[in-house]
Design a binder for this molecule. Structure first.
Ligand code: FE2
Length: 668
């Protein structure tokens, strides 16, 4: 007698009323097909149901179970979300078969221990993996989203409802996302903002929209947004913390003189000395050069590709000391300075913030997290079968990514979406930025320790993105290293794993478009290189996305700190800016409202969350990997405690890389 437990998922829609049958497959052969008794509550949401089946031969060590479904009476065949099956053999040996997927007709679930393909693999398992991947390659095909951009999932009309079911939001998540989206949109409409295509008349009135929703941060930001030290701090601990780099020589197309910055630097030093001391930093928005611009409310919109020089002052603050709103210097391209009139300097900083929003959303956020996460996800499903240890390790980090990206392609950056309504890069600018950013995308920029070093940002104080991020990177790397060294006992095993190599090669091809100068690997020869690669994948899909996503409402809801468009060209002379010209340059009321309601939606992960390191689906069934998971969770919990203690002492805390706040995957 074999004793079975069959577990149904907990999502409201997980249950089935169909008939379920099972076949057990062992090294000595397989059982006959057993129809599991049909009772109303056997496969309802959250059920773990026990069955006994008699098998009149010794199957030996169990390799897999085959589940199949048939219609019950005249009911339609309804899909079933099966978590797992366990089987206890007559000799009391327990086998676990984790699935955590929807079943529509049939599925073969291999026994739970992670298996890398070697010559010794049982032919039945080899065949199961081959069939699984063949089917996955049918459901997950690539398509070109935009020329020069990473490829994406091929679904009809990019409609999330056409996605493979395992990639769709759960019922709870979809309902919560829908209600937040609907209620925020409705408030904007009811309050009349959506139909008002005028400029703002009084700056403070912008609070009418941002106060539809409140966050502790947005209130503080609205008070301190004009402070130079806050402006500079956003390069370290804001939404776009990878834009800045150390400057050892001011670029030739940014002719800042010693005289210009003398007042900012004070009498004790000069520009040359500060460059040598490593205290000068540059934010260069060249990626925005030549990007086509939108027309909103029948008014042309403007974008700039500024350059901003910053100084780490003796108080350890990072402050802007010179701003040029173009890549090409000239007589009508002033270099703005803190010593200029208040409004000249404020407007110059608003222009830089406006450029930063575009670079952040298209490059840092969309390309560097969402689009790459989608590539990692599709390639994993196409090349790593569920029995592969790397699949078990990384699949939780792709949860709901295809759904949010399909939503983004239709409702955010698609025709008529929020970017078309509210952003200068709507109606065609985004793909241009992505294509330009792809040319600059390198493997070292994707790996946090290398990126920090590459930008010369190892020593600047108060860089919390770096400090918190490096702790998380180290914990992740140690976890990944434990898992990889457990399953791969030599570098040869990595080299000779055909599934793993096909996976890496396809990511290089479909994600990085075979750009060799990116130095992204197209194959992996050692365990160390695999550990680094997987750490990069997991970090990007979790911590990196949290760092550049979760604070969107905090930083952008006070619109002057992050205008998504500008309605006047960049100023070409000094001394003419007034509060009135600033208000005319800022986005109209309706585009402000559209932007603020969307950042509210995107800053709030809908229900059904899983935080970094939470693996409630038991895909690793062996004891040792489970111990590694616990250890990882303990490390994350210690990091979280430290961050929370530190944040208590800060005027503007940095919670975005607190592991308790980080989602396991890109899902919003
Ligand atoms: Fe996001």
């Amino acid at each position: 007698m074999y004793r079975l437990k069959v577990a149904t998922g907990t999502d409201l829609a997980a249950s089935t009323c169909s008939n379920v049958s099972i076949v057990l497959v062992g090294v000595h052969g397989e059982s006959e097909i057993h129809k599991l008794p049909h009772q109303w509550n056997n496969f309802i949401s959250g059920a773990v149901t026990e069955f006994n089946i008699a098998v009149n031969k010794d199957l030996g060590e169990l390799l897999m179970v085959k589940l199949s479904m048939e219609r019950y009476l005249n009911f339609p065949l309804d899909p079933w979300y099966c978590n797992y099956v366990t089987v206890t053999c007559p000799k009391d040996q327990l086998y676990k078969f984790p699935l955590y997927q929807w079943i529509f007709k049939s599925v073969e679930i291999p026994e739970g221990k992670g298996v890398v393909i070697t010559k010794n693999i049982h032919p039945a398992l080899q065949q199961q993996r081959k069939l699984e991947l063949e089917m996955n390659r049918e459901t997950h095909k690539w398509k070109v989203y935009a020329e020069g951009a990473p490829h994406c999932i091929d679904v009809t009309n990019d409609d999330p409802q056409n996605l493979p079911p395992n990639d769709q939001y759960s019922f709870q998540k979809l309902a919560h996302f829908g209600s937040t989206s609907y209620s925020t949109g409705l408030e904007v409409k009811l309050n009349g903002y959506a139909l008002n295509a005028d400029s703002w008349h009084i700056l403070e009135d912008i609070k009418l929209v941002s106060s539809l929703r409140r966050s502790q941060y947005s209130d503080i930001v609205s008070k301190i947004w004009k402070e130079d030290s806050f402006f500079g701090s956003q390069y370290l601990n804001g939404l776009n913390p990878t834009m800045i780099k150390k400057c050892v020589q001011v670029p030739g197309n940014f002719p800042v003189t010693d005289h210009m910055v003398a007042q900012s630097l004070g009498a004790c030093t000069n520009l040359q000395k500060e460059l040598q001391n490593g205290h000068i930093f540059l934010a260069d928005y060249e990626v925005l050069q030549g990007v086509p611009t939108n027309t909103i409310n029948e008014k042309p919109q403007y974008i700039a590709a500024p350059m901003c020089l910053l100084w780490k002052n003796p108080q350890d603050q990072l402050v802007p000391i010179a701003i040029q709103l173009s890549q090409t210097p000239g007589t009508n391209v002033p270099i703005f300075l803190p010593s200029d009139s208040e409004y000249d300097w404020v407007l110059a900083k608003i222009w830089v913030r406006s450029a930063d929003v575009q670079a952040h959303e298209a490059d840092t956020h969309l390309l560097h997290t969402h689009l790459l996460a989608e590539v990692f996800s599709i390639a994993s499903i196409r090349h790593l079968p569920m029995g592969h240890p790397v699949y078990k390790l990384i699949i939780p980090h792709f949860r709901y990514t295809l759904q949010i990206n399909a939503l983004a392609r239709t409702r955010l950056i698609g025709p008529g979406g929020v970017f078309d309504q509210a952003s200068v890069t709507g109606k065609g600018g985004i793909p241009v930025i992505i294509k330009k950013a792809m040319a600059e995308l390198t493997y070292s920029r994707l790996c946090l320790p290398d990126d920090i070093k590459g930008r010369g940002m190892e020593h600047i104080p108060n860089y919390l993105y770096r400090d918190d991020g490096m702790k998380i990177w180290a914990a992740m790397e140690s976890f990944v290293s434990n898992i990889i060294n457990y399953y791969y006992t030599s570098d040869e095993m990595v080299k000779e794993d055909p599934e793993l190599q096909a996976w890496v090669a396809e990511i290089f091809k479909e994600g990085f478009l075979q750009n060799k100068s990116s130095e992204v690997p197209s194959s992996l020869g050692t365990r160390d290189s695999l550990i680094k690669y997987l750490t990069m994948v997991i970090f990007r899909c979790s911590a990196q996305h949290a760092a550049v996503n979760s604070g969107q409402f905090d930083f952008y809801s006070w619109m002057p700190n992050g205008p998504m468009t500008m309605k006047s060209p960049p100023p070409s002379t000094k001394g003419v800016t007034t509060m009135e010209t600033i208000l005319q340059a800022l986005p109209d009321v309706n585009s402000t409202a559209a932007a603020i309601s969307s950042v509210w939606l995107l800053s709030n992960e809908p229900m059904d969350r899983r935080h970094l390191g939470e693996y409630p689906d038991e895909r690793f069934t062996e004891k040792t990997p489970q111990i590694f998971i616990k250890k990882f969770q303990q490390q994350l919990s210690e990091i979280s405690k430290c961050i929370q203690e530190r944040n208590k002492t800060m005027r503007l805390p940095y919670p975005y890389l607190d592991p308790n706040q980080i989602e396991n995957s890109v899902s919003i």
